[in-house]
Design a protein around this ligand. Structure first.
Ligand SMILES: Nc1ncnc2c1ncn2[C@@H]1O[C@H](COP(=O)(O)OP(=O)(O)OP(=O)(O)O)[C@@H](O)[C@H]1O
Ligand SMILES: [Mg+2]
Length: 310
């Protein structure tokens, strides 16, 4: 399939920038939304937009869609200015808002049909496939749907017209793990057809599996743009392990590993980067039980990005 074409060609190297944000700033009165934020998203990539609560993800997305107006700076989406041409921006994108109220008395089917009428030129080519894959009952009224099923309906609504660009604000909220997996599979299929995805999340493991690049936003500022592989090396895990035999603390003298708490049998470890050397030490002994948890994004921010320097 041919990749989508846009009105004007912005380029990063030879690849077109589908989203180009330059020093974008949004203040809500005196309160900071985002500040001086610049980034570009290339055609055909799945870009992860990560940040803790209140960082400015939704603010950025609402600006891109022309739902709110920036206080300063500028941005284009598919070559269209987000302030003066926001109608055009919205014409060919799929958008999943972080919070959406659905018309409560409509059934899923009626809702999809209703919104389809706004796009007579764009048939809902993916509707049946998505309804089957997400296993959604379209005959129920939206007010009767569970949180997860509402989210499925919102996903289908945003994706069924097979838009060239998806702008997704925490799209997997409420989905169970199987459905989340299916959702990310759908996104990769979009990418394979030359489409672009801008995906906001505060869940690092989700984004890692799907995106090539991530932008990290904190207190309204972009603190880093990283290849996902680089974030991988910044991973922090907490390990609790109980051994049946006696283990010496020194055995965990490994680069990136801190022993937080230890007795002969029970250890609490903090592991930065590779986990494999720790597992190899554990495997030399008799393990009664272990819990391995990923650190929250917030912790990774504190550890690696510390203070906002820009
Ligand atoms: N309508 C509003 N009026 C005033 N301040 C707002 C408004 N919307 C957002 N803010 C502020 O802007 C900042 C960024 O909020 P935003 O909703 O963009 O964060 P977020 O990264 O989407 O967070 P979350 O992960 O919780 O969804 C926050 O400090 C928030 O309080
Ligand atoms: Mg948000």
């Amino acid at each position: 399939m041919q990749p989508p074409t846009f009105r004007s060609a912005f380029t990063i190297g030879v690849v077109m920038a589908v989203i180009k944000i330059e020093k974008l700033t949004k203040y809500y009165g005196a309160s900071r939304g985002i500040e001086d934020l610049s980034l570009e998203v290339k055609q055909g990539e799945i870009f992860g937009y990560l940040g803790p609560n209140g960082a400015g993800k939704t603010t950025t997305i609402r600006c891109l869609l022309g739902l709110i107006f920036p206080t300063g700076g500028k941005a284009t989406v598919m070559g269209h200015d987000i302030v003066h041409e926001s109608f055009k921006v919205r014409q060919n994108i799929g958008y999943i808002p972080g919070d959406l109220n659905l018309y409560p008395k409509m059934t899923g089917e009626e809702l999809l049909e209703y919104f389809s009428r706004f796009r007579p030129d764009k048939p809902a080519v993916l509707k049946d496939d998505l309804v089957t894959r997400f296993d959604l009952d379209l005959t129920r009224k939206t007010k009767e749907l569970s949180r997860g099923n509402k989210q499925k309906l919102i996903i289908i609504l945003a994706l069924m017209h097979d838009p060239d660009l998806l702008i997704l604000d925490e799209p997997t909220l409420g989905l169970d793990p199987l459905m989340q997996k299916e959702f990310y599979k759908v996104l990769r299929e979009f990418q394979a057809r030359g489409k672009t995805v801008f995906l906001s999340s505060h869940i690092l493991p989700d984004v890692e599996k799907t995106c090539e690049r991530v932008g990290i936003v904190k207190e309204g500022k972009l603190v880093a743009i990283e290849d996902v592989k680089a974030v991988e090396t910044k991973k922090i895990r907490h390990i609790e392990v109980t051994f049946l035999d006696t283990v010496k603390k020194e055995e965990f003298d490994i680069d990136g590993v801190s022993v937080i708490q230890a007795n002969d049998h029970e250890f609490k470890l903090k592991v930065k980067g590779k986990i494999d050397p720790v597992i190899k030490v554990m495997a030399k002994h008799q393990v009664a039980d272990t819990i391995i948890e990923h650190a929250s994004l917030e912790e990774i921010f504190l550890e690696f990005y510390g203070e906002v320097t820009r």
